[in-house]
Design a protein around this ligand. Structure first.
Ligand code: MN
Ligand code: MN
Length: 363
């Protein structure tokens, strides 16, 4: 039986270069090297604890989170696979406090690479899907060492973004600004084959994902949205919802890309110095670009996440993304402060009328 693929990642990039002038050889080289880094990480992750205890805690990262051996190793793999190419001028990683400087003897290129080398690693011991996330920006000063400010570009400036998911199958999901394409790693040949040529997020959803243990810290619009989902068929939404929570951003993103839904890690009042949980530059922006390119919506709750102006490398932000109509509803609740003290019967008149809901949702 013929496999259901339409060529490899390399073929995709070569064809892209034929019709997209900005897809230069340098750009293609960078994507291919990132894919190789992901393939190496996939291999190490797949060994579990057979070879060494990669799940062991070796310290804390800049953000005060446990750093595991596998986090540090994945970071090393990203650096070593891409720094020699001459196509990046500097990098930013979740695992490094400062901008990573390319070694002096190597050339600097025209791109900036930002990444979370291993997302979801706090769950690696329980053997659930983890992943790597990356974002590519143009270097404002190609060929030179970049400054912190050079990386503080809004997500709209990304030239490409993607993630690899190390699940039952390893996949690479990529956008270069022309929709979203999914590749599956053939474990025998080591090639990424295109298996999902045009990923689209369904506009509507009846699945939501949120860490409900934080509900007492949520902002009113999020409380309201979730309460309405929980009210199900007899509530204002007039339909039943399911809840999911994997606590792995890559896995949540992948599920939403495959079958719709909404993910929320909103800003909350739990820890006032952390305005949100997820990091803007190497988590929210790349996931946001992928979701928007797939026809979904990615938001801080108030504004499109890709329009947020970054202020620091490891900045955190509230993040809501997924099926377009659900995210627009949450934004609508943020824009309407009367939702501050939600009552079960707060506005059944307005939203009980399906027509009215449709009217604004289609704007
Ligand atoms: Mn992460
Ligand atoms: Mn990580």
């Amino acid at each position: 039986m013929m496999p259901t693929n339409t060529g490899t990642l390399t073929q995709y990039l070569i064809e892209l270069r034929r019709h997209k002038p900005q897809a230069t050889g340098d750009f293609n080289e960078l994507i291919l090297q990132v894919a190789l880094a992901c393939r190496s990480i996939a291999k190490r992750v797949a060994h579990g604890t057979l070879r060494e205890s990669l799940g062991g805690v070796i310290g804390t990262n800049v953000q005060g989170e446990d750093q595991k051996a596998i986090d540090a190793l994945s970071n090393e793999i990203f650096l070593a696979t891409t720094e020699w190419t001459g196509v990046v001028s500097g990098m930013v990683s979740e695992e490094m406090e400062d901008v990573y400087r390319i070694p002096a003897e190597l050339p600097r290129g025209k791109y900036l690479l930002l990444f979370d080398p291993l997302d979801g690693s706090s769950n690696i011991d329980v053997n659930v899907a983890v992943g790597s996330i990356f974002s590519i920006l143009r270097a404002p000063r190609p060929g030179e060492d970049p400054s912190v400010e050079d990386f503080l570009q809004p997500g709209t400036e990304q030239v490409a973004a993607g993630y690899a998911i190390y699940g039952p199958a390893t996949m690479l999901v990529l956008t270069v600004g022309e929709g979203v394409v999914g590749f599956t790693l053939d474990p025998e040949t080591g090639d990424f084959f295109m298996t999902h040529p045009d990923i689209r997020v369904p506009e509507n959803a009846c699945e939501f994902a949120i860490n409900a243990s934080n509900s007492r810290f949520w902002e009113a619009p999020i409380k309201r949205y979730v309460e309405e989902c929980l009210a199900g068929k007899t509530g204002p939404r007039s339909k039943d919802f399911n809840m999911r929570w994997i606590a792995s951003l890559v896995a949540e993103t992948h599920r939403i890309l495959m079958r719709g839904g909404v993910f929320m890690y909103p800003r909350d009042t739990k820890d006032p110095i952390k305005p949100g949980r997820l990091r803007l530059l190497y988590e929210c922006n790349p996931v946001g670009m992928i979701i928007e390119q797939a026809g979904g919506r990615a938001s801080t709750g108030e504004i499109p996440v890709l329009e947020a102006q970054p202020s620091s490398l490891h900045q955190r932000i509230g993040f809501v993304f997924g099926s377009r109509n659900e995210v627009e509803l949450i934004e609508h609740y943020h824009a309407h402060p009367q939702a501050r003290s939600p009552e079960p019967e707060y506005d059944t008149q307005l939203f009980g009328e399906r027509g009215l809901f449709r009217e604004w949702a289609s704007h």
